[in-house]
Ligand binder design. Sequence first.
Ligand code: LLP
Length: 421
Amino acid sequence: MEKEQNTQMSFYYKDGYLYCEKLRVKDIQEQVSYSPFYLYSFAQLEQNYAAYQNALSGINAIIGYAVKANNNLTLLKRLNELGSGAVLVSGNELKLSLAAGFDLKRTILNGNGKTLEELSLAVEHEVLINIDSEFDLRHIQQTAKQLDIPANVLIRINPDVDPEVHPYVSTGMKNSKFGIRNERLNWFLDEIRKDDLLTLVGVHCHLGSTIKKVRIFRDATEIMLDFIRSIQAEGFSAQYLNIGGGLGIDYERTGEDIPTPKDLIDSIRGLLTDDITLIIEPGRSIIGNTAVFVNRVTGVKTNGNKHFIVTDGSMAELIRPSLYDTYQHIEFIEPVDGKVDTFDVVGPVCESADFLGKERELPTPPEGTGLVVCDAGAYCHTMSSNYNLKMSPPEYLVDGDKLTCIRRVETLDDYMRVFDV
Ligand code: LLP
């Protein structure tokens, strides 16, 4: 079976050095004046997007890239050029997607707490809007009426299929803060039917993130298709089946069989009929493995029976290991032949939650050695903070043998500006 997503040739080792496409990461590190930074491969992005496109061949479908995973403007522009739609969770993501050139009629606004301002923007730009609750429907109705502009809506349903992931990234169970109470579906249908400005175009769900079994998507798709059929039986011509995002990637690198987009789509292909347009909202599986987070080792120390590698990157720039206790692979970008030990890789931030990796077997590196946290494209830069007054790191993109800065480092002057009140 083809394994498009898991064959990652954009980052590879040659003579002990890490390469990104045609460039040696150590050379890039020497050229870039700031550390840490994020480094992306365009070839990997193209490959990941193509994996979804190929998987969906023969199916009426929209790929809606989940902007929350990574909102770098250059990457969004490139995704738009590749043909992607966009999935939004805020008014600012809507504005950024507009700047990136996305056709907003092919975008979807999600969220359990959309504000009236955000809904106005969405209605004005004819974005598809997911109804999340009774109050959300009321707000959408109020907005459409006030602007006197019709709105196309989907209903977010919780299929209550366990995604088998960390509880913080499980979003489609019946006790979730997202979506409607399924028992209230007919009430929603009646309200929409009565409203001349609203058109119900489909149903939406999002089970969770980092899902590693296609059976979970298939079970949910069956449930969602039952909902769509009963909605159609009520006289609505609902056409969109939005199954959300959530496909996991191979963070752990244990050789575990992670499903590809093709595995996912093949598992549901037989359930789909010609009257259905499938919407899929991948974030991580499009952008996750396109980047590494490049650090320099500040020093090595030992306390009690623990050894630490201290890097200049931290939980401020990459919080996933601290927040979800997740594993992201860590390696050096150059040959290191010091004594092999078990290290916690930690940043300089003043709290013990600040680590990038725990208990890693690594050779003892000299100061200044380059070190990367892998698979850093999704939910890393977007979740970075200014904690300890660390600045939002710069981002660089490699395309073949070309290196481009696609986001400059935030400076203290940028930060100080918010106090000009
Ligand atoms: N659609 C909706 C409605 C979502 O809430 C999400 C992500 C996605 C699509 C994209 O899911 P993906 O394909 O990227 O799994 N910060 C966490 C992930 C939170 C994801 C929340 N929802 C992490 O770092 O793992």
